[in-house]
Design a protein around this ligand. Structure first.
Ligand code: UD1
Ligand code: UDP
Length: 393
């Protein structure tokens, strides 16, 4: 079976990395990788960390790309690729323009599609935009739906898609677990990663920030920057913000926060370094999807700068709080979280509602038609603070 995996952005590469490695090792599968290059620098960082060498690189990114410009380049190049490769199946991940066009272009050629991270929903097409539309389109055309959790299975069943669903856990936990093991087992590696952040002071609490959502461009980002500028006045805090390369993010963030002593604006970090920063953080402030899944698995409280989330599990477990983009709400929530105790950053994948590190193995088994046990989250309320030991910062 010729399986063509198509991905193109940083989070897709992180979440597809462990799966691609498992597919390469699986008997009976010819595993072919196409990166679209929807991202360039941020994608290449992940490819080299996971040591994945793509068979095809469509190199579609242009600076400040529009959605229609991006999608039209993707459709044209993917169609030519499918003609050349003639895959038996196309595998896509999540909800990016790469994933949506790769699925639809395969559907147009009657090539079966499998969707990794199927069934996430907010119920609002505007949030996140355009991702809520992308993932719905993919789920309609795919014949294998790999839902990470039971609630994503439920969402798919509500859309009459039962019968194609397997609950596998999220491959992000596979990637995180493998990366944390590398960091934890190698003191030299830890020291060399920490050397990238000589400005960090151990007596100050670390607030780690990321943000990039299109629906937050303009007013949303202005508000986020206003909140961070106010938080920077707190002298027991240090703010570290790896700034996404999108010019709509770089512009306002550097303009508003560039000169502030207490705010470290740094380039996007490779995955090892970013995981290390999550381990060292007191609290994480983000609008990212993946970070909402990872930080709770490291025992880190997460404040999410959105009004709704497609990842309700960690909210229900009490470690993720939705704070929107209102500056006063963000500031109050960070004060709250910083005044609480810091918890140990040991890996608690056994208790993550998002996975147990074996999602890739389940997906490979499903693609090969082999039996496997579906993912079941270990506890109903898995991430209560009482399950974590307290440490001083
Ligand atoms: C994309 C995805 C979003 C995902 C996010 C992860 C879509 C529509 N959006 O959003 O779902 O959450 O990636 O980060 O698929 N850029 C660079 N170098 C890079 C990456 C980006 O310069 O390595 C700049 C370019 O100017 C590019 C712009 O960022 O045009 C936007 O990239 P794009 O992939 O269109 O959107 P993201 O906001 O990154
Ligand atoms: N990440 C990273 N370096 C950074 C910031 C984030 O490697 O400087 C990782 C993070 O751990 C997560 C993924 O990138 O796995 C999230 O990507 P992003 O927020 O861009 O996209 P989203 O998850 O919102 O689609």
């Amino acid at each position: 079976m010729k399986v063509l995996s198509v991905f193109g952005t940083r989070p897709e590469a992180i979440k597809m990395g462990p799966l691609v490695r498992a597919l390469h090792a699986a008997p009976g599968i010819e595993s072919i990788v196409c990166i679209t290059g929807q991202h360039r620098a941020m994608l290449d960082q992940v490819m080299s960390l996971f040591d994945i060498h793509p068979d095809h690189d469509l190199d579609v990114m242009v600076a400040n790309q529009t959605l229609n410009g991006l999608c039209s380049r993707l459709f044209a190049k993917l169609d030519a690729l499918y003609e050349q490769v003639q895959p038996d199946r196309v595998l896509v991940h999540g909800d990016t323009s790469t994933a949506m066009t790769a699925a639809l272009a395969a559907f147009h050629r009657r090539i079966p599609v499998a969707h990794v991270e199927a069934g996430l929903r907010t119920g609002d097409l505007q949030q996140p935009w355009p991702e809520e539309m992308n993932r719905r389109v993919i789920d309609v055309v795919a014949d294998h739906l790999f839902a990470p959790t039971n609630s994503s299975r439920y969402n798919l069943e509500q859309e009459n898609l039962a019968g194609r669903i397997s609950v596998t856990g999220n491959t992000v936990i596979d990637a995180l677990k493998q990366t944390v093991e590398r960091i934890d087992q190698d003191a030299t590696l830890r020291t060399s990663i920490d050397a990238h952040f000589p400005f960090l002071e151990s007596q100050r609490k670390l607030l780690l920030v990321t943000g990039h959502r299109r629906e937050n461009f303009g007013g949303g980002f202005e508000n986020i920057c206003r909140a961070l500028a106010e938080l920077a006045l707190r002298d027991d805090l240090q703010i570290v913000y790896p700034v996404h390369l999108n010019p709509n993010v770089q512009g306002p963030v550097h303009a508003h926060l560039g000169g502030l002593d207490n705010v470290h604006l740094i380039p996007p970090q490779d995955y090892l370094s970013f995981v290390r920063l999550m381990q060292r953080a007191h609290v994480v402030l983000t609008d990212s999807g993946g970070v909402q899944e990872e930080a709770p698995a490291l025992g880190r409280p997460v404040l999410v700068m959105r009004d709704v989330t497609e990842r309700p599990e960690a909210v229900q477990a009490g470690v993720v709080r939705l704070v929107g983009t209102d500056p006063a709400r963000i500031v109050a929530a960070v004060h709250d979280a910083c005044n609480g105790p810091r918890v140990a950053a040991h890996f608690i994948a056994d208790a993550s509602p998002y996975g147990d590190g074996r999602a890739s193995a389940r997906i490979v088994a499903a693609l090969r038609g082999e039996p496997f046990d579906e993912f079941v989250a270990a506890h109903a309320a898995p991430l209560s603070q009482s399950s974590l030991s307290e440490v001083t910062p």
